[in-house]
Design a protein around this ligand. Structure first.
Ligand code: MG
Length: 265
């Protein structure tokens, strides 16, 4: 099993312009999960189709803001997630994947502190457009205080509007964004929510099973492309713990679950 996986690891290393040859460990064991994440991260980084999907999402967002009819007298706001919504973290995922590793809090903190994540196609233009229309932008993210300075630096580097402490709302105690959304709704009319994870939109998707997530997505189907603007992310998200049935599994345990359920077969 291990031998058969080696060429795949080398292939991924050879394809990435973000990893030096010295990083390539040809004897690094690749779990099924890590292999999958490498491939989807390569898609995110290299495929023009991924880029087109980002443009599609932000073109719809632009149309919605341009034609938006307020329902209240409150000032308008757009609430957006950051990771895989405005920021492209595929270099991090690929670098760790080539070491045979998935996300880990310590390596993630090192990455976010750099403040060098590229932007998703169409994102900066859209948020500048929204700001030009008098719509405030709030960055509601589950990055935490360790990530704060690097994140702010990253936003400012690319010229995102409202890149300040009043509009960058990091995770406090809970991962659910519902409390933060409700606090904003006290003062603002939220015209759009933008994200790559369903819980970026509604608590209806917080900590739900696969079946519940599908059912609730169907129930909210009219809101996608209308109030909810969805970016693609097949590398990670709340769908993962829903797939595994719980959080905190090791890579080996996750591989076992995938083999056991034989997804889609
Ligand atoms: Mg995200």
């Amino acid at each position: 099993m291990k031998k058969a996986l080696i060429p795949l690891c080398v292939f991924f290393a050879a394809c990435s312009s973000h990893v030096s040859k010295s990083d390539i460990k040809t004897d690094t064991p690749c779990s099924t999960v890590v292999q999958g994440k490498l491939f989807t991260s390569i898609f995110q980084q290299k495929a023009a189709e991924y880029r087109a999907l980002c443009y599609q999402a932000y073109n719809i967002a632009t149309f919605r803001i341009d034609t938006y009819r307020p329902l209240t007298n409150k000032p308008l706001a757009v609430v957006t997630d950051l990771d895989e919504t405005t920021f492209d973290n595929s270099p991090y995922q690929i670098r760790e994947g080539l070491k045979g590793k998935d996300f880990e809090p310590s390596t993630w903190a090192e990455w976010t502190a750099l403040g060098v994540a590229d932007t998703l196609a169409g994102s900066v233009s859209f948020f500048k457009f929204a700001a030009s229309k008098g719509v405030e932008v709030f960055y509601v993210t589950n990055r935490d205080k360790r990530d704060y300075q690097g994140t702010l630096q990253n936003l400012k580097h690319y010229g995102f509007p409202y890149a300040d402490s009043a509009h960058l709302i990091i995770r406090q105690n809970v991962s659910s964004k519902e409390v933060r959304r409700q606090a904003l709704e006290m003062k603002y009319e939220i015209a759009l929510l933008i994200g790559d994870n369903l819980s970026d939109f509604s608590s209806l998707f917080d900590s739900k099973t696969m079946a519940e997530r599908r059912k609730n997505t169907d129930a909210e189907s009219n809101l996608f492309g209308y109030r909810y603007i969805m970016l693609p992310n097949s590398t990670y998200g709340d769908w993962e713990p829903a797939l595994y049935g719980k959080k905190g599994l090791t890579l080996a345990q996750k591989d076992s679950v995938i083999r056991a359920i034989g997804v889609g077969f």
